[in-house]
Design a protein around this ligand. Structure first.
Ligand code: BES
Ligand code: MN
Ligand code: ZN
Length: 501
C-alpha cells in the first residue's frame, strides 16, 4: 500500500536535477516536450542538436506533429546515453498552460509505466513558469500510478526514480507533494467499498493527519448523537458500519492571528457506498457507487497537501462518512429528520442521501465561523445530465468565492461550469409536513434543487458547492490516466488556498 505523505516517500523518488543535460543522463528514457511548428529554441532544440537534428527531420517528415499528448518513442536515440527518447506533444505553444503540461506529462508517464522501468528523466523547458513546472511534475507522478490496487499482475509500475532536468528543486518538491494528494484521493476512491467504510476512511484520515501535521477529531455515533447530528445518523442507520464525522484542522497562518477564524472550510460528501437505501438503485447504477466518497477524499487530500506544503493559512476540513444501505433500521420514505441546525427534513427519496449528510456537516462547519465554505460532493446524476462526465457543476451564494474557485480550477485544467441559484427553485424543496424535503418536484433541475437544499445549512457564510458526480470517477481510461478515481478538485482546492495566502 503506498503511503502518500510519508516522510521518506513524500516526494516518491522524484528528484530535481537542474544542471544535468538530457544527452548525458543515465536513464531508461528521456521525455522531452515539443510544441507544434518545429523544435524552436528550448529543451527540444537542445535534444535536437545532441541527436544530430533527429527531431527536425521527424517533424519535417510529418512523423512528429506535436499535437497535445502525442507520444513518439524513439529507441536508441543517437548521441544520447538514455535507451529511449519519448517526444511528447504540447499542441500550440501559445495555448500551453499548467493544465496542458499536467496532462502531457501524465500521458508520457502512464505510457512509460506500462512496464517496469527504474529511472525516467523528464526535461523541463526554460520558458515554463514555476506553476507549469509544478503541474508537469505532478502530472508525471499521477500518470505512472494506475488502477492496480487489487490486480495480481500490475499494469503500471511506478518508476523507482523520476528525474526532472532543468527544473527548480522547489517546484519539483511542490509538484510531487501535489501528486501525493491527487494519488491519495484516487486510491481512496479506488479502494473496494468493503475495505473503505466510515471507520476505515477515518483511520486513513488519521494516518494522513499524523503525517502532514493536521489536528483530527473523529466523531463516532455517540459523539454524533451528543452533537445532534440526526441527519448523518439517519442516513447511516441502514448499515452495519456506523457513520463518522472527520474534522481536520491545519493552522498555518502567522500566529499573530491567534484563534482567528479559519480562512477556508472544506466540506466533503463521504458516502462510502451508495446503494440508494430503500429507494434502491438499479444494479447497473450501483456498480460504481464506491465513488460516492470522492468529495470527502478530495477534501482530505487537499487539506493534507495544503498542510504538507506548509501554506500560511488556517483551514478546516470536515467529511461526513456514511454507508447508505437497506438494513432493518434503515431510514424510510416519509421519515422526518431534525437536522443539527434544527431544520426539519421530510425524506422523499433515500437515494438523495448526500444532501442530508451534508446538512449536518455544513452546520458543524458553520459553527466554526469560517470566512468561506467550499463543499465537494458526488451529489447528483442530474449534474452529469447537464454537464457530462468531465465538467464539475458550481453553485454559490457568493459570486466572488465561486469566481475564485472557477479561476483556480481552470488554471489547473479542470473544467467547471456554474449553474444558477434563482430563488424560485426554493419552492421546489418546500415540504407539506416539514421545513424542506430532500428532493425537488420531479427531476428537472435536480442538480440545482440539491444545491438549494445545501444552501439552507450554510447560514449565509460565503459558500460554493462543487458537484463532482461526473469528473470524480472515470469509467474508461484517458490518455493521461487509468480509469477509476481521478482526484478531481484536489489541485483546484490547493491552488485556491495558495491564492488566499
Ligand atoms: N451519489 C448519487 C449521485 C451520483 C450519480 C454520483 C451518478 C455519481 C454518479 C446521489 O446520492 C444520488 O443518488 N442522487 C440521486 C438524487 C435523486 C434521488 C433526487 C440522483 O442523482 O439520481
Ligand atoms: Mn444516492
Ligand atoms: Zn450518493
Amino acid at each position: 500500500m503506498p503511503h502518500e505523505f510519508a516522510p521518506h516517500t513524500a516526494v516518491g523518488g522524484i528528484i530535481a536535477e537542474p544542471a544535468t543535460r538530457p544527452e548525458t543522463v543515465a536513464a531508461d528514457a528521456v521525455v522531452v516536450f515539443l510544441t507544434e511548428g518545429g523544435v524552436g529554441a528550448g529543451a527540444a532544440a537542445e535534444v535536437d542538436r545532441a541527436t544530430g537534428g533527429l527531431l527536425t527531420k521527424l517533424v519535417a517528415a510529418g512523423d512528429i506533429a506535436a499535437t497535445r499528448n502525442e507520444c513518439v518513442p524513439l529507441l536508441s536515440p543517437p548521441g544520447m546515453a538514455a535507451g529511449q527518447l519519448l517526444v511528447v506533444g504540447l499542441g500550440k505553444r501559445e495555448a500551453v498552460d499548467a493544465g496542458v503540461l499536467y496532462r502531457a506529462a501524465a500521458t508520457a508517464a502512464r505510457q512509460l509505466a506500462g512496464r517496469a522501468r527504474s529511472r525516467i528523466a523528464f526535461v523541463a523547458d526554460g520558458w515554463w513558469a514555476t506553476r507549469q513546472v509544478e503541474q508537469a511534475v505532478a502530472g508525471a507522478a499521477v500518470g505512472m500510478v494506475g488502477q492496480d490496487l487489487y490486480r495480481t499482475e500490475k499494469r503500471r509500475t511506478p518508476f523507482q526514480a523520476t528525474l526532472w532536468l532543468g527544473a527548480p528543486p522547489e517546484a519539483v518538491t511542490v509538484g510531487a507533494t501535489i501528486a501525493a494528494g491527487v494519488n491519495l484521493a484516487r486510491r481512496l476512491v479506488n479502494t473496494s467499498p468493503d475495505d473503505l467504510y466510515p471507520q476505515s476512511f477515518a483511520d486513513e484520515a488519521a494516518a494522513v493527519a499524523g503525517r502532514t501535521g493536521m489536528e483530527i477529531e473523529i466523531w463516532d455515533e455517540d459523539h454524533l448523537a451528543r452533537e445532534r447530528c440526526q441527519a448523518i445518523l439517519a442516513v447511516g442507520r441502514g448499515s452495519s458500519r456506523p457513520p463518522r464525522l472527520v474534522l481536520l484542522r491545519y493552522r498555518g497562518a502567522p500566529r499573530a492571528a491567534e484563534d482567528a477564524q479559519p480562512t477556508l472550510a472544506l466540506v466533503g460528501k463521504g458516502v462510502t457506498f451508495d446503494s440508494g437505501g430503500l429507494s434502491l438503485k438499479p444494479s447497473d447504477s450501483m456498480l460504481t457507487m464506491k465513488c460516492d466518497m470522492a468529495g470527502g477524499a478530495a477534501v482530505l487530500a487537499a487539506a493534507a497537501t495544503i498542510a504538507a506544503l506548509r501554506l500560511p493559512i488556517d483551514i478546516v476540513a470536515a467529511i461526513g462518512l456514511v454507508e447508505n444501505m437497506t438494513g432493518p433500521a434503515a431510514y424510510k420514505l416519509g421519515d422526518v429528520i431534525t437536522a443539527r441546525s434544527g431544520t426539519t427534513i421530510e425524506v422523499h427519496n433515500t437515494d438523495a442521501e448526500g444532501r442530508i449528510v451534508l446538512a449536518d456537516v455544513l452546520d458543524v462547519v458553520r459553527g466554526l465561523a469560517p470566512r468561506r465554505i467550499i463543499d465537494a460532493a458526488t451529489l447528483t446524476g442530474a449534474c452529469m445530465v447537464a454537464l457530462g462526465h468531465d465538467v464539475a457543476g458550481l453553485f454559490a451564494n457568493d459570486q466572488a468565492v465561486c469566481d475564485d474557485l472557477a479561476t483556480a480550477a481552470r488554471a489547473m485544467g479542470e473544467p467547471v461550469w456554474q449553474l444558477p441559484m434563482y430563488p424560485d427553485y426554493d419552492e421546489q424543496i418546500s415540504s407539506d409536513v416539514a421545513d424542506i424535503k430532500n428532493v425537488g418536484d420531479g427531476r428537472w433541475g435536480g442538480a440545482i434543487t440539491a444545491a438549494k437544499f445545501l444552501e439552507r445549512f450554510v447560514g449565509g457564510i460565503p459558500w460554493t458547492h462543487v458537484d463532482i458526480a461526473g469528473p470524480a470517477f472515470a469509467e474508461k481510461p484517458k490518455p493521461w490516466t487509468d480509469g477509476g478515481g481521478t482526484g478531481a478538485m484536489v489541485r483546484p482546492f490547493v491552488e485556491l488556498a495558495r491564492g488566499m495566502c
